[in-house]
Design a protein around this ligand. Sequence first.
Ligand code: SAM
Ligand code: DTB
Ligand code: SF4
Length: 332
Amino acid sequence: MTRDPAQPRYDWTLDEVEALFALPFTELVFRAAEVHRRWFDPTEVQISQLLSVKTGGCPENCGYCSQSQHFDTGVPASKLMDVDAVLAEAAKAKDGGAQRFCMGAAWRDLKDRDLPKVSAMISGVKAMGLETCVTLGMLKPDQAVALKDAGLDYYNHNLDTGPDYYASVVSTRTYQDRLDTLTAVRDAGISTCCGGIVGMGETRRDRAGLLHALATLPAHPDSLPINDLMPIKGTPLGGSEPLDGLEFVRTIAVARLVCPKSVVRLSAGREHMSRETQALCFLAGANSMFVGGKLLTTKNPELDQDARLFADLGLKPMGEGAQAPVALAAAE
Ligand code: SAM
Ligand code: DTB
Ligand code: SF4
């Protein structure tokens, strides 16, 4: 009996995932595009915008990160933003066309003392009619429940890379720590946003390892961000050899095939990607992106550039009756 490739599976082997990477490029992208349109309208893209609500000074040593206090990156540490200032940024993001507002904090874990302020940010953003997402480091089960009660839709917590390469990237928290936080998030009924980074000097097998880990979770991530490393001077991984664009597209395609119903985000790295590479990503199954000129601490394409990309590719924001972003509408 042949299996329907669009039906989610949780029993992938690492060899099977690696074999997908090895398919001829055109065959891989075709298969991914076929699966993509079984679950989604391939002209629709989910639009998120990021804000760093607490920047720098992080005690963790993630080797790619501008915000770790272990490396001299020139990113100054700042305190948790005031709720009003965050809501003002969320309003601007909404006006620009964002559908989800993602707030990131450079923390190892959430401290209970910060819960009331973070909860106020979440409920305030939610009240503006935006979807809410936060990424605050490790969470305990009761904290996840509190965030859900505040109106949280998504929690972002990445596995970052495959389990075999993980120790070369970060040593201050384990893969299992990350899996435990994801369990707390799922158990609280919050949607999961979980993916990783490529272009950190890992092998193709490591990239397959990341996607294998995601595809064999108890539930596939609702949102699956694939980040191309934004190289940061002063970090251990800042001088990594850039990943070939076609290999990035392959990673997107394999993510689409192993997690067919996940919303796959073409995440960090668009700033240094050609329009053609991005177009191939959308063809290969990516259907989410960050808009706005800034990610957390690094650059992202400006709205008018993305407006042109959307118009040229015939893409539209995901969802019935979704508002075309201002700059997108202006470019039509
Ligand atoms: N401190 C929290 C944590 O790590 O769980 C939340 C914020 S952290 C910056 C969120 C994610 O951004 C990381 O897990 C990583 O996957 C991604 N990220 C951070 N720096 C990056 C970079 N230079 N390039 C690409 N992705 C990056
Ligand atoms: C994710 O996977 N990518 C976003 C979000 N989740 C939090 C972060 C990208 C950060 C890129 C580097 C920076 O701007 O500092
Ligand atoms: Fe801290 Fe998150 Fe950066 Fe790691 S990725 S150093 S936990 S801010």
